[in-house]
Design a binder for this molecule. Structure first.
Ligand code: 0O2
Length: 244
């Protein structure tokens, strides 16, 4: 124990416990809000366009261990204020999409929402990291309405394809296994794998575009086939709805 430091009372401890609980809860609430926003986009797409651009959504509040490591790495003394100021990804949401074009579509829709403030955009898809890492990162601020105040909470949103996610999760495991000192051979292989993932994404996007063009042509043909018949069906359906 440091000399002259007063021993912690039960009240001090209870105060700190409450502060930490409130602090973590704030980030959880922000994640609840942003998850709702993403789920609304997902459902709306499914209902209106019968197409779902979002494969998975994961959220996490950064673990205590991970916070400690980052603060040590940055050489900053520990306090709740410093953590809030220095660590912008305490709350993280990861959205996995099918295609690269979906990533930018989702990003634009999120950025256009009136209550979201975009602090920073890091485009590691246009500019991948030297190791091959790709993702679109949005640093957002979202208002959380508590009982006695409104707090603007930082959230990091990572948007990536399934291939980018597959690569990043393996790279993350390897990085931690070797505690950052990944052997050169593996680093090179990972870079090659990132290039392959990127080529796969481009190919899938092209195939999807071709399928969409074919679908549109089929729909046009159907319309041309017998519009009068389609109209009669539609009117009949409306009539049935009215009678219900
Ligand atoms: P974890 O365990 O996912 O939370 P900064 O946050 O500003 O100090 P940086 O690197 O400028 O650091 O932020 P950046 O680039 O926005 O990256 C933040 C997060 O993106 C990381 O969080 C990872 O989740 C992910 N990321 C960035 N680069 C890589 C990479 O090369 N490989 C993998 N697999 N993920 C990456 P954390 O806190 O590092 O980790």
């Amino acid at each position: 124990m440091i000399e002259n430091q007063k021993p912690m009372t039960k009240e001090d401890f209870e105060h700190i416990r409450k502060e930490i609980t409130r602090f973590r809860a704030m980030y959880k609430f922000a994640l609840d809000e942003i998850s709702t926003k993403v789920n609304i986009l997902k459902e709306e797409f499914q209902l209106i366009h019968t197409y779902n651009p979002i494969e998975h959504v994961n959220t996490r509040v950064k673990s205590g261990d991970s916070i400690l490591k980052k603060m040590q790495k940055k050489g900053i003394p520990l306090s709740l204020d410093a953590i809030e100021k220095e660590i912008k990804d305490l709350a993280g949401i990861r959205v996995t999409c099918s295609f690269v074009s979906d990533i930018y579509r989702i990003s634009e829709m999120i950025q256009n929402q009136a209550d979201i403030h975009v602090v920073e955009v890091k485009d590691y898809i246009k500019y991948p990291k030297p190791n091959g890492y790709q993702s679109l990162h949005l640093l957002l601020q979202i208002p959380v309405f508590m009982s006695d105040r409104t707090v603007n909470v930082n959230i990091e949103m990572q948007i990536r394809t399934i291939a980018m996610d597959f690569w990043a999760s393996l790279e993350h495991k390897i990085y931690y296994k070797y505690q950052g000192n990944v052997p050169e051979k593996l680093t090179l292989e990972l870079k090659e794998a990132a290039d392959t993932a990127s080529a796969l994404d481009r190919k899938m996007e092209r195939i999807n575009q071709e399928v969409n063009i074919l679908k549109e042509t089929d729909q046009e043909k159907e319309m041309l086939f017998n519009p009068a018949e389609m109209m009669t069906d539609l009117l009949k359906q409306m009539d049935l709805e009215k009678k219900k």
